[in-house]
Design a protein around this ligand. Structure first.
Ligand SMILES: NC(=O)c1ccc[n+]([C@@H]2O[C@H](COP(=O)([O-])OP(=O)(O)OC[C@H]3O[C@@H](n4cnc5c(N)ncnc54)[C@H](OP(=O)(O)O)[C@@H]3O)[C@@H](O)[C@H]2O)c1
Length: 237
């Protein structure tokens, strides 16, 4: 049994993919800031998962989270999914505001990765998958902060991949295009229509596609330091 730790477990995408990830040979560990609500969600949807409450911007809570994962045998697959969207024109975005955004979108992943790595190194096995965005490659107006946070995450993953390249551990990023869950639900319909016209496949991504990419990255020992793009052709490297 391999343990998958998925952060941001109460988010829209996490809820959309949890049932697909919580299947043999994987045990799903979810972390969220709202444990009771997520436990109820799992129960209602018959999702077999363990849930732990932590604010990933607080080092002490992340340390407690990783101690909790030890009771299940540690983390084999870490999915750094927690993140917040952000919009501000760059002439209004202050360093303090960007710092707050980086705390969630970047440093939470750094905290989790650093604490996951010792156990992975000991096992000689690990998969670290961080969640980025097409916006990091093709920014829209007002996304300089969000773009910076996700670009930092992608660069960090490449560095991690190199550090552990001989230890059975891979580190990669999945850059989502506009997926039909989570943050997308906050976008007004007129803007959604506009965004869709820029997607060659003419539809938003389905959560099952995310799970297919995660499974691939878990299974591929020779894919590391990469950013996998799932965006319906919206951006092509
Ligand atoms: N939806 C899309 O189209 C899309 C596109 C590109 C990239 N993404 C990326 O995909 C990931 C998931 O997005 P989503 O659409 O599911 O968004 P979402 O519904 O807003 O979920 C994001 C989750 O991140 C967690 N989070 C936020 N602040 C946190 C903090 N301080 N400590 C711990 N967790 C915190 C929250 O989890 P809890 O509520 O459980 O605390 C939140 O529900 C994000 O990294 C996002 O940037 C999404």
């Amino acid at each position: 049994m391999k343990n998958i730790l998925l952060t941001g477990g109460g988010g829209g995408i996490a809820k959309a993919i949890a049932a697909l990830l919580a299947v043999e040979p994987y045990r799903l560990l979810l972390t969220t800031r709202a444990g009771d609500a997520l436990m109820s969600f799992c129960k209602e949807n018959e999702i077999q998962a363990e849930v732990y409450s932590a604010d990933l911007t607080l080092q002490s809570e992340v340390e407690a989270l990783f101690e909790w994962t030890e009771t299940f045998g540690g983390v084999d697959v870490l999915i750094n999914n927690a993140g917040v969207s952000h919009a501000a024109a760059s002439w209004k975005l202050t360093a303090d505001e960007l710092h707050g955004l980086m705390e969630v979108n970047f440093y939470s992943a750094v905290r989790c990765t650093q604490l996951a790595l010792p156990g992975m190194r000991q096992k000689g096995y690990g998969r670290i998958i961080s969640v980025s965005s097409v916006v990091a490659h093709k920014p829209a107006f007002g996304t300089s902060g969000y773009t910076a946070s996700k670009s930092a995450l992608e660069g960090y993953m490449r560095g991690v991949a190199l550090d552990v390249s001989t230890q059975g551990i891979t580190a990669n990023t999945i850059a989502y295009g506009y997926m039909n869950a989570g943050m997308l639900n906050d976008v007004p319909q007129t803007i959604l229509d506009d965004i869709r016209t820029g997607i060659p496949q003419d539809h938003f991504g389905r959560p099952a596609q995310i799970v297919a990419a995660i499974r691939y990255l878990i299974e591929s020992e020779y894919t590391t330091g990469q950013t996998l793009h799932i965006n319906g052709g919206q951006w092509m490297p």
